[in-house]
Design a binder for this molecule. Structure first.
Ligand code: DX5
Ligand code: ZN
Length: 219
């Protein structure tokens, strides 16, 4: 299906973890469409965040979509825990495997939406045979693991995936994650993205700026 209207998914990776519930309520009120939740295992990516129990604790603080980005390997054994914690969308990396097709089947078998993520170096060919299964495709514009990195301008890749999505006739979110600010957001939307993740940009100005920054990303 064609590009949808631009939606914003602030990444709580850049929020104040000492008051996570409050931060989630604040970005909800500031106009976030999805809440982007980065789970890192210190193995698939060189950083650690939190697991399903933390996701479960913040679930009562908002009714917005929980967009859970799993940067863990192997991923299959933990899918059920993240479903129980209240995830609406679960995204796994092509490389988190060992078998992304099986992982997507497992996510969908729980009745939640399934996303697939491509690292900057991951070929778009790798998702050709799962296009009929996914609800979201996440294009990483930084190497996963940390907030605050510089945007890698993979605009041709975004445009190529846009064309792949349009050819399916299905509704699939085209999400971009990494180095998104008011400038790079515009480039990504022009290339075909319709769901933007932003961590350091949204949270960087403090709570008084959350709404303005989300609005600026929407363009
Ligand atoms: C990085 C995470 C991102 C991160 C983005 O591995 O997947 O979601 O929070 O942070 P910024 O927006 O600061 O690049
Ligand atoms: Zn992310």
């Amino acid at each position: 299906m064609p590009q949808q209207k631009t939606r914003i998914a602030p990444s709580i990776l850049s929020s104040d973890f000492s008051k996570l519930g409050e931060e989630v309520r604040a970005i909800d009120e500031a106009g976030a469409d999805y809440i982007h939740i980065d789970v890192m295992d210190g193995h698939f990516v060189p950083n650690l965040t939190f697991g399903a129990p933390v996701v479960k604790k913040i679930r009562p603080h908002t009714k917005k979509v929980f967009d859970v980005h799993l940067m863990i390997a192997p991923v299959d054994p933990l899918i059920a825990d993240f479903v129980d914690a209240g995830s609406d969308i679960i995204t796994a990396h092509v490389e988190a495997g060992p078998h992304i097709h099986r992982t997507l089947q497992a996510i969908k078998s729980h009745g939640v939406k399934a996303g697939v993520s491509l690292n900057p170096s991951t070929s778009i060919e790798s998702i050709k045979h799962v296009m009929d299964m996914v609800d979201l495709i996440l294009i990483m514009t930084v190497n996963p693991g940390f907030g605050g990195q510089s945007f890698i301008p993979l605009l041709d890749k975004i445009a190529a995936v846009r064309a792949m999505i349009d050819a399916t006739g299905r509704t699939i979110d085209l999400q971009v994650d990494g180095g998104i600010n008011d400038q790079t957001a515009k480039q990504c939307v022009e290339a075909g993205a319709d769901l933007l993740v932003a961590g350091s940009y949204v949270f960087g100005g403090g709570p008084g700026e959350y709404a303005n920054r989300i609005k600026a990303l929407r363009g």
